[in-house]
Each structure stands twice: as structure tokens, then as C-alpha cells.
Design a protein around this ligand. Structure first.
Ligand SMILES: NC(=O)c1ccc[n+]([C@@H]2O[C@H](COP(=O)([O-])OP(=O)(O)OC[C@H]3O[C@@H](n4cnc5c(N)ncnc54)[C@H](O)[C@@H]3O)[C@@H](O)[C@H]2O)c1
Length: 308
């Protein structure tokens, strides 16, 4: 039988390998015969991986330590780890979602990959409007060091709600992928993005709390009438980094069962078409989030009293 995917014995690095889409990706790669280096904050339960590497991707020094443990030659990279921003601060959220992918790509993948290498980042349909807001992202995406990115986003990190770091970091990653896909294509290395819609993973509850209900979350999965499974996001990532996608580079692959089409056709409101950095919008959003959190705390308190 022909080995169409071509993963046998390939060195694959997966971030966010311990849960959700990253875990599903890791399982598939192990099944396809790859040597998988699984990076995550939490232990990776997948049997058959080559090595689990504990690493907080929001810390540059931990990334440097992690890459000391990975072979010099890397075939494929899957940047899947991410944070919603509902439980972490702006800095951590932005650095895990964007800065880590930028830093790894420019400092490790560029030097350790050769012709035939492939990279996929897991961004989000929340970052779909990156082309419209390029002006907001340009400086950050063109920064070449961790410290520069940190300095450029310092003010935002102090003033905007952490959940805004999610949309902004995903927009920055999509733009970075597009720009770097051109640079890396000259080296014979492909870069692509997968933009998932609503998916039933470890992050589900956080998005559900933000958006209000499971029904509203399901409505973001287009006409599927259900959330996607983690495997349904791992399939396109494994495909894009495989030999089967050898002529696909620079693609934003939207995986949302028509949700984006509905917005393009004007059949659904596009809530993502707002600025992620405008100070007035950020301040208003922060106020609204704080108000809703204190309302929730009040409601929880009165529920507790009633049950006494
Ligand atoms: N679930 C959704 O609806 C949805 C939709 C669009 C995009 N995404 C994106 O999909 C990707 C995968 O998330 P998921 O939905 O599978 O969620 P998940 O919470 O199940 O998995 C995320 C993984 O990333 C790891 N991680 C988080 N912060 C880390 C850090 N600082 N260092 C190292 N590892 C860290 C977590 O430990 C976890 O194993 C994320 O980038 C997320 O933004 C998710």
C-alpha cells in the first residue's frame, strides 16, 4: 500500500499535545508512524509518543530549554496550544497564542527544517478578519524578537481585557503565517493555518461561559447543528503538514461547516469585524466583562443563600 501521508519516522513537534485538538493530532501522528515530540504544560497521555516535554509556551526561556530536547532536524511543526483568555491574563494569553509561534518559527524552525518541511498553526475563526485589520497588526507581526513583541503589546496588556488577546493573537498569527509562508516557500518549507470553528475540547466551557450558552456556541459551528470533535480539526492539520498537501502553502483553511459562508452571504451577523486594539472599544469591553462577572458573583451568592 502506498504511504500517501509520508509521516513514517518523521520528527513531528506538536504543541498543546495533551488535550483537545493537539491530543487528537498527536494520536493520529503516532498511528501514522511519526516520531512525536509532545509539548504542553500538562502531561501528554498519548501512548507511543517519542517524548513528552513539559513547557510553558508563554515563557521564552522554557521554549529554549524545550528545543534543546528536540532533535536538530525537524520535519513538521504543529502549533496547536492556545488559551482563551478567560482564565489567564493578557500577556500570558497573547504570548502562548502568538509570540511562542513567532519565536519558535524564526529561531528554531527556520534553521532546523529543510526542503520538504511543513508548519501548521491552529488559529481560529475569531481571527478571520486579519486582512481587514492589518494596520493594527503590522508592527507586532513585523517584530522579530520576543522582547519587541512584548514592548509593542505592553500598553494593550495593561488596558485591554485578556479575552481580547485571543482575537488579536489569532489575527497576528494568521498574518504572520501568510507573510512567513512566502519567505519559507523560498526554502521549500510550507506554512499553513487551520481556523477552527466551535469545537468540543478542554476550552469549550470557557467559550460557553463567555458567549452565554451551548446553543450559541453551536450556532458558531455553521450548519452542523453540533460542535466539531477534536479529531475533525486534527484531520485538516495532519493533512496540511503531510505529503498529500505538497502544493498547498499560505492557506487559511477555515474549518467551520459554513459559518464563515453564512457571514459572507449576509445570512449571519459578523461579530468578529471589530477592532481588537482600539482603546475605547477595549475599555468598554473591559467594563462590560467586569460588570457581568460581578453580576454572576452576586447571583451565585444569592443562590447559595437560598439553598441554606
Ligand atoms: N475549542 C474551540 O472551540 C476552538 C475554536 C477555535 C480555535 N481553537 C484553538 O484550538 C487550539 C487548541 O485548543 P483546544 O480547543 O484543543 O483546547 P484545549 O484546552 O483542549 O487544549 C489546549 C492545550 O494547550 C495547552 N496549553 C495552554 N497554555 C499553554 C502554555 N502556556 N504552554 C503550553 N501548553 C499550553 C493546554 O495545556 C492544553 O493541553 C487553540 O489554539 C485554540 O485557540 C479552539
Amino acid at each position: 500500500m502506498k504511504n500517501y501521508f509520508g509521516y513514517t519516522d518523521k520528527v513531528c513537534v506538536v504543541t498543546g499535545a495533551s488535550s483537545g485538538m493537539g491530543k487528537a493530532t498527536t494520536e493520529m501522528l503516532v498511528d501514522l508512524g511519526a516520531k512525536v515530540y509532545a509539548i504542553d504544560l500538562n502531561p501528554c497521555p498519548v501512548e507511543g509518543i517519542t517524548e513528552f516535554i513539559s513547557c510553558n509556551l508563554a515563557k521564552k526561556t522554557e521554549i529554549d530549554e524545550a528545543f534543546q530536547k528536540i532533535p536538530e532536524h525537524i520535519d513538521s511543526f504543529f502549533g496547536v496550544a492556545g488559551l482563551s483568555g478567560s482564565k489567564t491574563d493578557y500577556r500570558t494569553t497573547f504570548d502562548c497564542n502568538y509570540t511562542a509561534n513567532m519565536y519558535i518559527t524564526l529561531n528554531y524552525l527556520k534553521t532546523r527544517m529543510t526542503k520538504g518541511g511543513s508548519i501548521v498553526y491552529c488559529t481560529s475563526t475569531a481571527g478571520l478578519e486579519w486582512k481587514k485589520f492589518k494596520k493594527e497588526q503590522n508592527k507586532v507581526v513585523h517584530a522579530k524578537t520576543w522582547e519587541e513583541v512584548e514592548a509593542l503589546t505592553k500598553k494593550l496588556a495593561e488596558s485591554a481585557p485578556a479575552t481580547f488577546a485571543y482575537m488579536y493573537s489569532k489575527r497576528c498569527t494568521s498574518q504572520f503565517a501568510c507573510e512567513q509562508s512566502v519567505e519559507f516557500a523560498k526554502l521549500g518549507i510550507r506554512i499553513n493555518n487551520v481556523l477552527p470553528g466551535s469545537t468540543d475540547t478542554g476550552m469549550k466551557q470557557e467559550f460557553q461561559d463567555m458567549i452565554g450558552s451551548e446553543e450559541e456556541l453551536i450556532a458558531q459551528a455553521g450548519l452542523a447543528g453540533r460542535l466539531a470533535t477534536p479529531e475533525e480539526m486534527a484531520y485538516p492539520m495532519v493533512f496540511l503538514n503531510s505529503d498529500m498537501a505538497s502544493f498547498i502553502a499560505g492557506l487559511d483553511m477555515v474549518v467551520d461547516y459554513t459559518d464563515t459562508c453564512l457571514k459572507v452571504l449576509g445570512l449571519k451577523k459578523n461579530l468578529e469585524a471589530i477592532s481588537a486594539t482600539n482603546p475605547i472599544i477595549c475599555a468598554l469591553a473591559k467594563k462590560m466583562i467586569m460588570k457581568s462577572a460581578s453580576q454572576k458573583a452576586l447571583n451565585a451568592g444569592s443562590d447559595e443563600k437560598k439553598s441554606e
